[in-house]
Design a protein around this ligand. Structure first.
Ligand code: GRG
Length: 296
């Protein structure tokens, strides 16, 4: 199982590498910054989800590769921009200097910018019968009411006294993460289903799984910030507490956060019961189960 994941990661990285051999019109520095961030050692969770969802719905892995690359490109852009001084101001990502530290801020902004249209260029390589729907779904998931909107609310949340009074912190935090982290995870699964020609029921099952997985992923990410090892995680930790940020451990405590993560993990796995048994389903189940003990 681990070997299949490793094989897919290598395959994805070859595709991403080939896709970013830019022509002469792309400035060398920009191309280098894009490749630096995109090809760094990520877990490739979202592209793996595209592939596993396709396989679980009876589709073929190769047909899903353009969408798998596309979601990783959107993810890479969001990390580059999130690390900028105007946002999270991080100097370490995937065990290396962040893009703006390695290059400079303007280059990092442009590298992130370039990855967005690039993702849609990748999607255009999908079969013509699914390309329109996949483009719409990815555009929405990456847009102002999802990924970008979640990030905006995340930046604003501690400042906004009115919102704080209107909505309990934990509910707002959940709504932020549904968009900031959850939307891209959900759409990765949905794209896999669409590419395989899955029924609405199956796509809804994938979506529900993604929603629960996304929350559990975010809670365990917050727990990693408190309990994790900086070298293993590959980014600066203990920043959330130092900045007094709203996180699950800060709002619920460590033990309750773990229970909340576990509840979402179990509910996510239950959503997969509508699918026939397959290697992809088994891997997805194990990936989800292992979230609770994840070290990076
Ligand atoms: C800038 C529009 C915009 C959005 C940024 C991705 C994001 C939104 C913020 C990152 C902050 C963060 C720590 C989010 C928690 C969950 C998350 C997305 C972690 C990073 O994803 P991984 O763990 O990263 O899949 P790798 O490096 O493995 O790909």
């Amino acid at each position: 199982m681990k070997t299949y994941i490793d094989f897919l990661r290598r395959e994805l990285e070859v595709r991403l590498d080939e896709a970013t051999l830019f022509d002469v019109d792309c400035p060398l520095r920009l191309g280098a910054a894009i490749r630096y961030s995109l090809l760094g050692s990520g877990k490739r969770l979202r592209p793996l989800f595209v592939i596993f969802a396709t396989e679980m719905c009876g589709g073929n892995r190769d047909s899903a590769m353009p969408a798998a690359c596309a979601v990783e490109m959107i993810h890479a852009y969001s990390l580059i921009h999130d690390d900028l001084p105007a946002m999270d101001n991080d100097d370490l990502r995937r065990g290396r200097p962040t893009c703006h530290k390695q290059f400079d801020e303007a280059t990092a902004i442009l590298a992130g910018d370039a990855l967005i249209p690039f993702a849609f260029e990748m999607l255009s390589k999908l079969s013509p019968d699914v390309v329109g729907r996949c483009s719409l779904e990815l555009a929405r998931a990456a847009g102002a009411s999802a990924l970008v909107g979640g990030q905006m609310d995340d930046i604003e949340k501690e400042k906004d006294i009115d919102t704080k009074q209107q909505e309990p912190a934990i509910k707002l935090l959940e709504r932020i993460h549904q968009r900031k982290t959850g939307a891209l995870i959900r759409v990765s699964l949905r794209l896999g289903g669409i590419i395989a020609g899955a029924s609405d029921e199956w796509i809804a099952g994938l979506d529900n799984f993604g929603q629960k997985f996304g929350l559990a992923f975010q809670i365990t990410d917050d727990l990693l910030d408190v309990l994790g090892n900086e070298e293993t995680v590959g980014k600066r930790l203990r920043k959330d507490a130092a900045m007094d940020k709203w996180t699950y451990p800060a709002l619920l405590g460590i033990e309750e956060s773990k229970s909340e993560a576990l509840r979402n993990i179990n509910e996510a796995i239950a959503e997969l019961s509508i699918f026939d048994n397959s290697i992809a389903k088994e891997i997805l189940t194990n990936l989800t189960r292992n979230l609770i003990g994840r070290e990076k």
